[in-house]
Design a protein around this ligand. Structure first.
Ligand code: FAD
Length: 590
């Protein structure tokens, strides 16, 4: 069966195909849930990269060459314009809408060929966030027109001195007639060299607190916009720029007061979701290269893929990658079905950002131990993957910041589920995800209700490691009841981060099961995924045990939570066979 092979957002797994038909394979790309025109655009993107070839890809990377050829290609195909203009500003054109399904597809496919190609698209998404959330119709119309002309965009939030502390902006707007004069610097701003509109966050001089915040659109080509330098060593232009008495007309203002701050957070909510898909794309390409290399190499008369530790590394990294895909693709449904009454996406979105991207790092670590020297070679994609995979957990809020957010949901998720609430339907049909542009203030997180998490695991109660994982998840609840963190521990983010890692595995497992049921993931693969998750749970329990402040009762719980997955040699061999089956199937054209 060829149908599902290479489908990056699976509508169905294919147990007979290598990689269960779930690993992106450019030679057999299919995205049946997209409209034919969009599927063709994805194929055209793949073809553009393949025709240009790996030699050019690597040369451009080595020489830090700005990707104007790629931007010209997307402009000629109208991809950013179609995919990133919300329906309300699309002038009735049904092809232009904000559809998270196809956005995630392009994130995965572009990162498959290099994080730089993903990044220019990603910061365009971020730059558009404050504009399309604005009630400033003229600014929205301008953005739609510029997109149509092939422009890119930028998001000017970060400043050199303030990092994650966006409350402390030094971009100051001084009232000037109907508008303002803006003065201040921004740092780490992607696309800041060429963006048609740069959404800049600042504060109005003389107004204290949230009432003073403002977002406005700046033109990167204006003489009072001084582009200082590219602060990174890469194809991307991650700019430092200064606005010097930059005239901000009233028509450039996008948001004022607390709404400007909400627009910043809600933009990051829209954007950070894509990081998980970038991580998936990078890992898929790296997996193709690793298995093809290892399976054709013979050492001491033995195939490298016959070494037991190599088989374990491939089986584990494959299980992790499939888990990343299942979770992230299911999380799309929570994003797309969100509304003011259903904000469950606020948990699954930071998990896609944080958990999926850190899992991506583990996949690359494991594969690199197998690739060894080959992973350094100048003509391998892997060399880029090993570098780029590190960035994703750190951008748009570090793991710490996202974990602090995830922890806010722990009590409600575990102890107060709403039995009346069903998990959302699948959202494969084309549509416009307009709620993302009117998310409102991010208040009342502890009031968000979830469906009972156990329901998702129920259909797989017969899968040995799913059943064992559910026991561990239940035992985690007893930890929180019988040996709850004390007041000091509740203020200690170091302790809470480990507690959060343990908690995170439960919603991670939930969405993996929900998606596995939809796409029909074979039982052996699912069992292997939970084999990995059980070992991870045990490892985090050991970390908790070693925390300075862990009490006797907490340590006793941790020792009891060290569990061995259910061993099954046949299952292991069968899952390893799925990875090995990928060997030699795809290599980027030279
Ligand atoms: C390649 C690249 C591209 C980027 N592109 C853009 C862009 O286009 N636009 C833009 O605006 N920004 C961009 N950024 C900035 C990026 O979003 C910041 O790196 C990020 O906000 C974190 O800031 P920081 O790295 O300075 O870390 P800091 O904020 O200095 O953090 C230092 C440490 O404190 C921890 N910490 C900080 N706050 C908290 C908290 N509340 N809870 C728990 N721990 C905390 C962090 O986890 C970290 O370990 C980019 C950065 C890079 C490297």
């Amino acid at each position: 069966m060829e149908s599902a092979t290479g489908s990056p957002a699976p509508s169905a797994a294919d147990p007979a195909a290598p990689g269960d038909g779930l690993i992106l394979d450019p030679n057999a790309y299919s995205a049946p849930h997209l409209e034919p025109g969009d599927e063709a655009r994805m194929r055209a993107t793949i073809e553009w990269f393949e025709q240009r070839g790996k030699v050019a890809l690597k040369d451009a990377d080595r020489e830090n060459r700005w990707y104007s050829d790629y931007l010209e290609f997307q402009a000629s195909e109208g991809i950013f314009s179609r995919f990133l203009t919300p329906a309300r500003d699309a002038g009735g054109d049904p092809e232009r809408r904000w559809d998270t399904q196809r956005i995630c597809q392009l994130s995965e496919v572009s990162a498959f060929y290099g994080l730089a190609y993903w990044y220019t698209w990603q910061v365009t998404i971020l730059g558009l966030g404050p504009i399309f959330q604005s009630e400033n119709e003229a600014a929205r119309a301008k953005a739609a027109r510029l997109l149509d002309e092939g422009s890119i965009f930028a998001f000017g939030l970060s400043e050199r001195a303030h990092g994650a502390d966006i409350y402390s902006t030094d971009m100051v707007l001084t009232p000037n007639g109907d508008g303002f004069m803006a003065t201040g610097g921004k740092y780490y701003i992607g696309n800041g060299n060429e963006a048609g509109m740069v959404s800049v966050f600042g504060r109005v001089d003389g107004i204290e607190g949230p009432d003073g915040y403002a977002f406005f659109a700046a033109d990167s080509q204006h003489p009072n916009y001084e582009l200082i330098r590219n602060v990174v060593n890469s194809q991307n232009y991650v700019s430092q720029f200064e606005l010097r008495d930059y005239p901000v007309a009233a028509s450039d203002v996008l948001h004022r007061g607390p709404g400007a701050f909400d627009a910043a957070l809600n933009t990051v909510n829209i954007g950070k979701f894509n990081l998980g898909f970038a991580s998936i794309g990078i890992c898929e390409h790296a997996l193709h290269e690793s298995i093809t290399h290892a399976d054709s190499r013979v050492l001491y008369g033995i195939k490298v893929t016959d070494f037991p530790h190599v088989r374990q590394a491939f089986t584990d990294s494959y299980a992790r990658l499939i888990a990343m895909k299942l979770f992230a693709n299911r999380a799309i449904d929570y994003m797309r079905s969100a509304n003011p009454e259903d904000r469950r996406y606020l948990l699954f979105n930071p998990l896609t950002k944080m958990k999926v991207t850190t899992e991506g790092e583990r996949v690359i670590d494991e594969l690199w131990d197998v690739m060894a020297a080959k992973g350094f070679e100048r003509d391998m994609f892997f060399e880029m993957a090993a570098r780029d995979i590190r960035g994703l957990p750190k951008l748009e809020g570090t793991v710490h910041v996202n974990m602090a957010l995830v922890l806010k949901f722990m009590a409600g998720y575990l102890f107060n589920p709403d039995a009346e609430l069903a998990p959302p339907e699948r959202t494969l049909a084309p549509g416009d995800d307009e709620f993302l542009f009117r998310q409102g203030p991010a208040r009342g997180l502890s009031k968000i209700r979830f469906s009972p998490w156990r329901d998702a695991f129920e259909p797989f109660a017969g899968v040995p490691n799913v059943a064992r994982f559910v026991e561990l998840a239940e035992s985690f609840k007893t930890l929180l009841i019988d040996a709850a963190p004390g007041e000091d521990q509740q203020r200690d983010l170091d302790y809470l981060l480990t507690l959060g890692e343990l908690f995170t595995l439960i919603p991670y497992g939930q969405l993996i099961c929900e998606q596995a049921a939809f796409v029909g993931v074979p039982e052996d693969t699912l069992d292997q995924i939970f084999d990995v998750l059980i070992r991870d749970f045990s490892a985090y329990a050991v970390q908790l045990h070693g925390k300075t402040s862990a009490t006797d009762a907490q340590q006793a719980w941790a020792r009891g939570a060290i569990a061995k997955p259910v061993v099954d040699g046949e299952r292991f061999d069968s899952v390893f066979g799925k990875v090995r089956g990928l060997a030699g199937r795809y290599e980027m054209r030279a």
